[in-house]
Design a protein around this ligand. Structure first.
Ligand code: BDR
Ligand code: CA
Length: 317
């Protein structure tokens, strides 16, 4: 039998987090050891409810842990206004709330610490939301930083931001968490906006999903429709497919190029808080602390994501 790698998936579900989770769950080389939720796109209650709805609908049997309801410093900055009700907008049908699946009683930060300490080999962690859970795990148990073998993150940008001109949303939502993770020396592989803007999902993908024809496919297609209308309500257009870049990368690293860089996060900037400053001139100007994704075969990455969603919908039918 082929070997599997165990992975921890930390998310703030959100439509694109849902796609990333489904992609991970269908990768035969991965075993989802735990899924943790965090405040980000929406409140912790909503990201947890959305995650539980997703694992139940798609039959993903990994345990789900509730994580942090607040960033390390300051109040949450959620974006339901942009994404739609509950952080998972729709133009019609929506995912049914979970009836059977419940979050585990253990807090996500405690569960993540236990997972990292128990891992026989350096562990793989994927994060598609603010890094609060991971940073709090490192704050409480600094030894776990050295247990992380790979940290694959959607967040930041080597160029322009989205939440602000300078900052990507996940990084803006908890810059202090990024700072903790970077200072701890966790081996970061960063999938920022400079990369995810090369990977587009559009109306034809919505139609492919809807064509599966089940109630669940209808709900996913309608949520994708809302996602495609974020920029223009009356006209769905192509949108960057952020979070699934991380999980497609695990299966198809050959579709991406990553470059060593020194990544630091702006904590104090008057108009640049949350900006991830990437110095690629390493080691001449600085010691590298990350691999930053710079290029993707965008249509292949988006195509695989939609293929996996279609396959998951058929399997769930
Ligand atoms: C990131 O922010 C969230 O809205 C998405 O889920 C993604 O993780 C993109 O900036
Ligand atoms: Ca996300």
């Amino acid at each position: 039998m082929a070997e599997t790698t165990s992975v921890w998936f930390d998310c703030d579900t959100g439509f694109d987090d849902l796609l990333a989770l489904v992609v991970a769950s269908r990768d035969p080389s991965l075993r989802l050891a735990g899924v943790s939720t965090v405040v980000g796109n929406t409140s912790l209650d909503n990201t947890t409810a959305n995650t539980l709805a997703a694992v139940e609908a798609f039959g993903i049997d990994a345990p789900v842990y509730r994580g942090c309801a607040q960033p390390i410093a300051g109040p949450p900055h959620t974006i339901e206004g942009l994404l739609g009700e509950g952080g998972m907008g729709t133009t019609g049908r929506r995912l049914a709330p979970a009836r059977r699946r419940r979050a585990e009683s253990r807090h996500a930060v405690r569960a993540l610490i236990a997972y990292l300490r128990a891992a026989g080999e350096p562990a793989l962690v994927v994060a598609t939301g603010p890094l609060t859970n991971l940073a709090q795990a490192i704050n409480l148990a600094p030894d776990v930083a050295a247990k992380i073998g790979r940290l694959v993150v959607m967040g930041g940008s080597a160029g322009a931001g989205n939440h602000t001109a300078a900052a990507e949303f996940n990084a803006f939502a908890d810059p202090e968490a990024w700072d903790v993770v970077l200072r701890a020396g966790a081996p970061l592989e960063m999938f920022g906006l400079n990369l995810t803007r090369q990977v587009l999902i559009g109306p034809s993908d919505r139609d492919r999903i809807a064509a599966v024809g089940t109630d669940l496919a209808g709900a996913v297609a309608d949520s994708l429709d809302a996602y495609l209308r974020i920029r223009q309500r009356d006209k769905p257009g192509e949108m960057p497919l952020h979070d699934p870049c991380t999980t497609v990368y695990l299966a198809r690293p050959d579709w991406f190029a990553l470059e060593p860089a020194r990544v630091e996060i702006e904590l104090a900037g008057r108009i640049t808080r949350g900006a991830t400053v990437c110095e690629f001139r390493v080691p001449r100007k600085a010691q590298p602390n990350a691999l930053v994704a710079t290029r993707a075969e965008g249509s292949k990455v988006a195509g695989r994501t939609v293929d996996q969603m279609v396959a998951a919908l058929r399997a769930a039918a």
